[in-house]
Design a protein around this ligand. Structure first.
Ligand SMILES: Nc1ncnc2c1ncn2[C@@H]1O[C@H](COP(=O)(O)OP(=O)(O)OP(=O)(O)O)[C@@H](O)[C@H]1O
Ligand SMILES: [Mg+2]
Length: 579
């Protein structure tokens, strides 16, 4: 009973998840309905086939009963039983069999396509949510976790909406229809067939309770195994550099064994439950068989009716068992919906209209207090970076330089105080996701994508021409080396710039920012892998531009300080010395 209590206790959430699922299915409602109708038609067709086969058997055996049999099914198909119905019955049977096959094909194609479309629909929405939410809120999740939600959770939901939930409805309708059909033949047998229901219900509760725990274990072990695979591939160099190959291989085996253990336990449990259900199923069948045989021998029913009995008993029991099996599925769909909703609930960034000339831009930070956690990085900090200024930001590692940039870039969602951009014409705007439009940013670390150099630079300006890209490369001191690469701008580089040097990757990242021709530039240790001459050349090139962009340069190097207008030193969270 634990599962029911649990579901009941969590009912508000479950109802919310269910409503969300319904809301999401709305655009697909017609197609889902169509699929369900197909399923139902197939149910009715196969029921008719049972009835027609009875007629064929009865004709073949020239069967009669003491008292005429009564059943509404006999009334419907009675015309086949009259006169020379034998051939007609066989023809109808063949036509129905063929149409069942045809329906099966259409149904299969439709449900696969719908599943794909629906799955992609959810994935796209979650993906868009991820890219439109505050970076910091999203970064709280492990990439692997987000990937799981985007792929397997979204897949489970799609499968649930397209298959499981329509299946539940179909099973319920089938159960009712088949039950009453059987009931019309024999009241006793109909109730006999239902005997399997309590057994299924109890088994399913018992199974559900244990299964949920095992399912979590299986998923956890799968996640650990996948994370290890992914991380050891990404850091293959470290595995090899520290001669960790054997260790890595053993670790993989351990993780695999752990997963194996839980999968084995889960399989044993499902086998036990399906054996219990299977046995009760068999008992129902034997009961129907014995009962039928007695009635045939007493000439109460025909052989044909007995075959109907056996077929129908089977068909009353299978939806019951089917329903029992879908209970854990429905629970896991709701769980997946919960995980996806969690991402959906992350607030999106809001971009405000910018009504200012995008030239000569400065930024004012007023009374800023910020921390990633309760521990603050900044407390009541004030700063003013004037339009056109070249400012070096210095300070020891971990003091908050990158954090300051993230705040100016509006990557963080919660801060107190204010960050405002202004221009030389007295116009201004509060920093928000929209203000990134006039900022060009070169982040710390290697941030290149796999693909061509052209694709990488274009990210800075999607409609950049080749001339603009070469100009940006020239300014970033990257023109010469790109010219010498096979294919030039079309040269393909690997993940995180694999195939070119660290300093070359930095210059492409700088060109990606320069191609925007933004009035406000932020370089976070963007030149740390360049030699001093190249670094100075890049910065001096920037200073020579007209109009001169405002430039924030985070650096650990003293050599560039002389060419900056000013330096801002972050000493501790409260003191920022500007000179
Ligand atoms: N996502 C985060 N969550 C929690 N704390 C963070 C996060 N990112 C940074 N921090 C913490 O905030 C502080 C400032 O980090 P920040 O990256 O701004 O330092 P930095 O001055 O850029 O250092 P470096 O010169 O090494 O790049 C550090 O103490 C760091 O541990
Ligand atoms: Mg940093």
């Amino acid at each position: 009973m634990g599962r029911v209590k649990e579901l009941w206790r969590d009912r508000d959430n479950q109802i919310k998840y269910f409503k969300w699922l319904m809301y999401y299915s709305k655009p697909y409602a017609f197609k889902i309905f169509l699929l369900m109708s197909f399923d139902l038609i197939m149910t009715f067709v196969s029921l008719s086939m049972v009835a027609i086969s009875k007629i064929i058997i009865d004709k073949a055996t020239h069967a009669t009963t003491e008292v005429p049999e009564t059943s509404f099914i006999n009334d419907i198909f009675g015309f086949l039983a009259d006169g020379d119905g034998f051939t007609t019955a066989i023809i109808v049977y063949v036509v129905l069999t063929l149409s069942m096959q045809a329906l099966g094909i259409i149904n299969g194609i439709m449900s696969t396509m719908l599943n794909e479309k629906f799955g992609f629909g959810i994935r796209k929405q979650v993906y868009e949510k991820i890219i439109r939410s505050h970076w910091l809120d999203i970064k709280k999740y492990h990439t692997g976790d987000l990937m799981t939600r985007l792929t397997s959770d979204a897949g489970a939901i799609a499968d649930g909406i397209v298959n499981t939930i329509p299946n539940v409805i179909r099973l319920i309708i089938e159960l009712i229809v088949v039950f009453f059909t059987l009931y019309s033949y024999s009241h006793t047998l109909a109730f006999f067939a239902l005997m399997v229901a309590p057994v299924s219900a109890i088994t399913c509760w018992w199974l559900g309770r244990k299964l949920k725990k095992l399912q979590v274990k299986v998923q956890e072990s799968e996640a650990a195994y996948r994370s290890f695979l992914q991380e050891s591939m990404a850091n293959l160099l470290i595995v090899k550099a520290f001669a960790n190959e054997n260790y890595a291989a053993e670790r993989l085996t351990d993780l695999r064994e752990n997963r194996f253990y839980w999968v084995f336990k889960r399989t044993k449990l499902s086998m036990a439950s399906s054996t219990i259900m299977g046995l009760s199923f068999q008992l129902g069948y034997i009961a129907a068989f014995t009962f039928g045989a007695f009635q045939v021998s007493a000439r109460i029913i025909t052989y044909g009716t007995m075959s109907v009995f056996l077929a129908l008993v089977n068909r009353v029991q299978s939806p019951i068992m089917g329903l029992a099996k879908t209970v854990p599925q429905v629970v896991s769909i709701l769980a997946s919906a919960g995980r996806v909703i969690e991402i959906q609930n992350i607030p999106e960034e809001k971009s405000l209209p910018i009504e200012m000339k995008r030239e000569n831009i400065g930024v004012k930070v007023n009374d800023l207090t910020f921390g990633y956690t309760d521990e603050t990085v900044f407390e009541n900090v004030n700063l003013d970076i004037k339009p056109g200024e070249f400012v070096a930001i210095i300070g020891e590692s971990g003091i908050g330089k990158t954090t300051l940039v993230r705040i100016i870039m509006s990557f963080t969602s919660s801060l107190t105080g204010s960050v405002d951009f202004y221009n030389a014409y007295g116009e201004g705007v509060t920093a928000n996701s929209g203000t990134r439009e006039f900022i060009a940013y070169v982040p710390q670390g290697n941030t290149l994508f796999s693909g061509t150099i052209r694709e990488n630079i274009r990210m800075g300006k999607l409609d950049a021409t080749d001339e603009e890209m070469w100009e940006a490369l020239r300014l970033a001191s990257g023109e010469e080396f790109v010219q010498n690469l096979p294919g030039g701008l079309d040269c393909v580089i690997g993940e995180r710039g694999h195939g070119i040097s660290e300093g070359q990757a930095q210059r492409i990242a700088i060109a990606r920012a320069f191609v925007r021709k933004s009035p406000f530039l932020i370089l976070d240790e963007a030149t740390s892998s360049l030699d001093e001459n190249t670094e100075l050349q890049v910065l001096k090139g920037l200073q020579a531009l007209t109009p001169r962009p405002t430039c924030l340069i985070i650096t650990h190097r003293k050599s560039i300080l002389p060419i900056c207008d000013r330096e801002i030193k972050i000493e501790n969270k409260k003191t920022i010395i500007t000179e």
